[in-house]
Design a binder for this molecule. Structure first.
Ligand SMILES: CSC[C@@H](O)[C@@H](O)C(=O)COP(=O)(O)O
Length: 356
């Protein structure tokens, strides 16, 4: 039952497998705030609009943020003045860099765009070359996801189907297509090696409930949605053999920033002797930072905790702590999979052996 992976550049592809579309004069983003109730596409024609969409989480997930920002830079060139185009694109890059702080894919993509910008001789040249680069970033991310799924399955070396547990949303919605951790889940399903995937609902923004469950149900992949607090009880049952998550930033020593709750899950996995795998493209690895404590962790508005869907579930005046990522130390991770290869026990070598 091998499933053909849709091309995200094929406009006729079904929307469940595509979350970012490049139209040439605009980028279209499937508005993730409105899922699963509504499949609503935003059409954005400028960098400021892309920055706002990232900030407001209309698009989210580390690779998808980087890809969208790259298209934002391309749009800035299109909309720029003939004389001041270089300054205008520089300003757009600075605005995009302020959108969210933790996922390094944003800064990685902007750096790539900036180095192409430096080589451009005219606005016309910049319009063409920046669009080409953004498309390349998008395509490379999809290719990386497919390669990581192959590498992960080889490393898991399963001889029979198993159950896995995942956190947040790391699927087609969070990436250039297919997914990182969820790409591995998809590939397990394609190879008939998946019994079921437990999806943490992922409080407070509910990426697991609203997005992961939506993607998997659409694709007919057996998914069980659970409250985050149920993860320990699920691992205690002994059915789950792997916890598989994505990442927003991986430091040189192999520490991993990912959606809040990931660290607790890694502690639970170690306690229950369940393997813990992180799947992320090399664009998520930040070799300039030595350890996880160096990573800037985003804190978002307290309303995300006090309310669900705009309805108050806590006193309006209660104090709230809302960090949206945490850091899992390398010593709790069994495997980090990138498209460039696999790091076993990252505590021992960090990311140095793979990415130098
Ligand atoms: C392939 S996505 C990996 C991570 O970006 C994902 O797990 C995550 O933490 C997303 O956070 P979000 O706040 O939804 O952008």
């Amino acid at each position: 039952m091998t499933r053909v992976t849709p091309d995200p550049f094929d406009q006729s592809a079904s929307p469940d497998t595509v979350a970012i579309r490049w139209l040439g004069h605009a980028v279209q983003l499937l508005d993730q705030r409105r899922l699963p109730q509504e499949e609503h596409w935003l059409t954005i024609e400028g960098a400021a609009g892309v920055s706002q969409a990232i900030r407001d989480m209309a698009v989210r997930g580390a690779p998808a943020i980087g890809i969208s920002a790259a298209y934002g830079v391309a749009l800035a060139a299109r909309g720029a003045d003939e004389r001041d185009w270089r300054t205008e694109v520089d300003v757009a890059i600075a605005v995009l860099a302020e959108s969210r702080p933790t996922a390094v894919n944003l800064f990685w993509a902007l750096q790539r765009m900036e180095s192409v910008l430096r080589q451009c001789r005219s606005r016309e040249d910049a319009v063409a070359r920046l669009a080409e680069e953004a498309i390349a970033i998008h395509r490379e991310d999809l290719a990386a996801n497919l390669a990581m799924a192959d590498l992960a399955l080889a490393a898991m070396a399963l001889d029979k189907p198993c159950a896995v547990l995942t956190h947040c949303n790391t699927g087609a919605l969070a990436t250039g297509g297919y997914g990182t951790a969820l790409g591995v889940v998809r590939r397990l399903h394609e190879q008939r090696l998946l019994k079921r995937v437990y999806a943490d609902e992922t409080r407070p923004w509910l990426q697991g409930a609203r997005l992961t469950a939506w993607e998997l149900v659409k694709d007919g992949i057996p998914v069980i949605l659970n409250a985050d607090g149920a993860a320990g009880a699920i691992l205690a049952q002994g059915d789950v053999k792997w916890v598989i998550v994505g990442a927003d930033r991986i430091t040189a020593n192999g520490d991993v920033a990912n959606k809040i709750g990931t660290y607790g899950l890694a502690v639970l996995a170690r306690h229950h002797k369940v393997k813990f795998m992180v799947v992320a493209p090399s664009s998520t690895v930040d070799m300039t930072l030595e350890r996880g404590s160096d990573i800037p962790i985003e804190e978002r508005d307290g309303r995300e905790i006090r309310q669900v869907g705009g309805i108050a579930i806590a006193p309006e005046k209660v104090g709230v702590f809302n960090p949206v990522f945490d850091v899992t130390p390398a010593n709790l991770i069994d495997l980090i999979v990138t498209e460039r290869g696999v790091v076993h026990n990252p505590e021992v070598t960090g990311m140095h052996k793979l990415l130098g």
